[in-house]
Design a protein around this ligand. Structure first.
Ligand code: HAM
Length: 426
């Protein structure tokens, strides 16, 4: 005889969150609210592969980034190709835009996506190896009004799930006319510092990354480093001023953070991050920016773009910290409580009719008694329980119990759908 108690159950992989009810309902509500907001701004949905050719990320995201150099899930498939689980969404969107010639039509191309991304990071609260984002990309127009629209959209996404305890940080990373001078000035500054070998190498490849070093001694040494904002070309400075002007006009608060370094290499000009104060070390709930050279670097036209990725996991954590209720917390609005076999048979049809009318409905199965079935109604968060016993069945009626008001009344079965539609609207 096999001893089942010896079989060890499996766990989810390290650093990968499961979302199970009731939290999973809130997770879905966060993601759907973000996607809905993107739709309101005219973004169309794009659904892309979870894995891509490894070279796409190496070239698109940048070899000097932690994401590419340390965190990718890269493996050889059975055909000997190197593939990588996508660590972020922008490179894949660019690849698809180029491949399907989406940039040959009306510009900007506005695309929204949602799904899992994979980074082999050290897991901790709010930092996962499978993370979920909702992202948007607007490609093909270099207009500060579009930058402001994208930032305003991210701001609205967070506010529409009830968040208020976050701030928007903003900077400009300049363009290809002023970046080289700044890079040179920053390198000159960094090479004079007593940096360790690895950091010095980083300063050679991408000096901006050194400003992002979290070690206190490096932060101290780089406190007086030259800032990109002091080196902006006239046109980059004008662009940045215009973006800030639009944000002011839309009354979207921001702080300029001239030392912001994004974790991906493709950014130019406007860059932003949304930071939540209630989340500890992993406080970035979303970020993005403009990427002028990315499309060309991936073999496409020299078109610029701008976008963001919002962290759904972290936005959900932030909502929990702020005690913001995401979604209505109900599994259904109406719950059927049939008492006896004949009532059960009738209830199956009633509940189906309600669902056809667009009402969220469920019922007690398995011949449960009144008490057990009413508990089911409560657990489902239903507003109304429909109690159908023998006498109601005989009279062609049902008892509608309002579970919050603790009231009940009788409604004829023929007018039930309309009556409930009315009551649910109230
Ligand atoms: P990112 O800043 O790397 O940007 O990620 C965006 C958001 O994803 C972060 O602000 C954070 O909320 C969430 N996130 C990142 N890593 C983790 C993690 N390990 N665990 C939990 N959440 C995480 C991008 O990915 C860019 N593709 C955004 C973009 C689109 N820029 C232009 N277009």
């Amino acid at each position: 005889m096999s001893d089942k108690s010896k079989i060890q159950p499996f766990s989810a992989p390290k650093g990968v969150p499961d979302y199970v009810p009731p939290q999973s309902n809130e997770f879905a509500a966060v993601r759907n609210t973000f996607l809905h907001q993107a739709q309101l701004s005219g973004f169309e949905h794009i659904e892309l592969p979870i894995f891509e050719e490894t070279g796409l990320f190496a070239r698109g995201v940048g070899e000097s980034t932690d994401v590419v150099s340390k965190e990718m899930y890269t493996f050889e498939d059975r055909g000997g190709r190197s593939v990588t689980l996508r660590p972020e969404g922008t490179a894949g969107v660019m690849r698809a835009v180029i491949e399907h010639n989406l940039d040959r039509g009306q510009l900007p191309v506005k695309l929204a996506y949602a799904g899992p991304f994979f980074r082999y990071e050290r897991p901790q609260a709010g930092r996962y190896r499978q993370l979920q984002q909702v992202g948007v990309e607007a490609i093909g127009v270099d207009d500060p009004a579009l930058d402001a629209e994208i930032i305003a959209l991210a701001d609205r996404c967070f506010r529409s799930i009830g968040l208020t305890g976050f701030r928007l940080e903003l900077t400009s990373l300049g363009d290809n006319t002023c970046r080289p001078q700044y890079r040179e000035a920053l390198q000159k500054f960094l090479f004079d510092l007593p940096l360790d070998e690895e950091t010095r190498r980083r300063a050679e490849i991408n000096p901006l990354r050194v400003l992002d070093d979290k070690r206190p001694e490096v932060q101290e040494m780089t406190a007086d480093a030259p800032l990109m904002l002091d080196y902006l070309s006239d046109s980059a400075a004008e662009h940045f001023e215009a973006v800030k002007g639009y944000l002011d006009a839309m009354q979207i608060p921001y702080v300029v953070n001239p030392r912001m370094v994004r974790g991906l290499d493709y950014y130019t000009k406007t860059c932003f991050e949304f930071v939540h104060d209630g989340l500890g070390a992993q406080s970035g709930i979303g970020g993005g920016g403009r990427y002028d050279g990315l499309m060309e670097q991936l073999g496409g036209q020299p078109l610029s773009g701008i976008g963001f990725g919002l962290g759904v996991d972290r936005a959900l954590l932030a909502a929990e910290v702020e005690k913001a209720q995401v979604g209505d917390g109900r599994r259904v609005d109406v719950y059927g409580v049939p008492l006896g076999d004949a009532a059960r048979d009738q209830m199956v049809t009633i509940i189906n009719d309600l669902r056809r009318a667009g009402i969220r409905a469920d019922m007690a199965y398995g011949g449960r008694g009144l008490k057990g079935a009413m508990k089911g109604a409560d657990r489902a968060g239903a507003r109304f329980a429909l109690v159908l016993g023998e006498s109601e069945l005989a009279a062609g009626e049902v008892q509608v119990k309002d579970l919050a008001a603790h009231e009940q009344h009788t409604v004829g079965l023929t007018g039930l759908v309309d009556a409930l539609l009315q009551e649910l609207k109230a």
